[in-house]
Ligand binder design. Structure first.
Ligand SMILES: [Zn+2]
Length: 285
């Protein structure tokens, strides 16, 4: 599933193609969207802003409506020039927004909703900017408080809770725990406020480093951008622990461990030596 950094970059790219330009065409395979368009035509309106909220992407229209989409596992937005060949079959098209220069196509976007300002404020699933790690309004202190409120859960699971910190996904979860030196299987109750603060700061830092202007689609947390030049898509050269089970820890040389964690059975990676359990217990992996 795309993590917050991917959605952020998608929003930035879509914004460059759509912001401030009058909409000349709109189509969708979703009746709820087309009904909204029938009642309040989007053609003639302009896109005011495209923004990410965690893993949600919001397109704000000048008429006051906002389209919220979530990619889950399969969805993606593409931007084409008129007449340019689409890179996915038309049958996967769910949403098209056109202006005089560009055609934005949402392929296999599984969740798409129209909101008014009111329904967006009241929406419990779409996070507000204060809890979005990549937002300028992100409140780190409050995030620490929300994290610590899940005392009897393992931190690796809690980092995935979008209502704690929106935008962190499964790759960043393992990377954040490594960078903060916290074993992902520790109950939150066993970590200090300071450690929770380090985890939140690491989340901000790692996600922000992946939305720089030259960021590629691969998550990079280790080794800087120059390393990528020879192995563009090889995650093993760009991450501390994720996907590196059995390989040597980049800090201490111990083999990286990996195992399934949590109610959603997500895979977690860590270093037993750099991220010890407080009681010295070994977690198999
Ligand atoms: Zn290590």
């Amino acid at each position: 599933m795309p993590e917050g950094d991917t959605i952020f970059r998608t929003a930035r790219a879509l914004g460059r193609a759509l912001n401030g330009r009058p909409i000349t065409g709109f189509r969708s395979t979703y009746p709820r969207l087309t009904r909204f368009h029938d009642d309040t035509p989007l053609v003639g309106q302009t896109v005011e802003r495209v923004e990410s909220r965690g893993k949600w992407l919001l397109i704000r229209f000048s008429g006051g409506g906002t389209m919220a989409t979530h990619m889950l596992m399969s969805g993606s937005w593409h931007i084409y020039r008129h007449g340019e060949r689409w890179q996915q079959p038309r049958i996967h098209m769910r949403i098209v927004i056109e202006n005089s220069d560009y055609v934005a196509v949402g392929f296999r976007v599984p969740v798409a909703e129209m909101h008014t300002t009111q329904s967006l404020v009241c929406n419990l699933r779409i996070p507000c900017s204060e809890i979005d790690v990549l937002s300028g309004q992100f409140d780190a202190k409050e995030a620490v408080r929300r994290l610590l409120a899940h005392g009897d859960e393992e931190i690796g699971d809690v980092l995935l809770h979008q209502e704690v910190m929106a935008g962190v996904g499964n790759v960043f979860k393992s990377e954040i725990c490594f960078v903060a030196g916290i074993n992902p299987f520790r109950k939150v109750a066993t970590i200090t406020r300071e450690q929770a603060g380090e985890a939140v700061a690491a989340a901000q830092r790692l996600l922000a480093a992946n939305v720089l202007e030259d960021s590629s689609d691969a998550v990079v947390t280790y080794g800087g951008r120059k390393r990528r030049t020879t192995h563009e898509s090889d995650s093993s050269v760009s991450l501390w622990v994720y996907g590196r089970k059995g390989e040597a820890c980049r800090r201490c040389g111990e083999p990286i461990r990996g195992r399934i964690q949590g109610p959603d059975a997500r895979v977690t990676f860590w270093c037993g030596r750099c991220q010890p359990m407080p009681d010295g217990r070994e977690i198999d992996g």
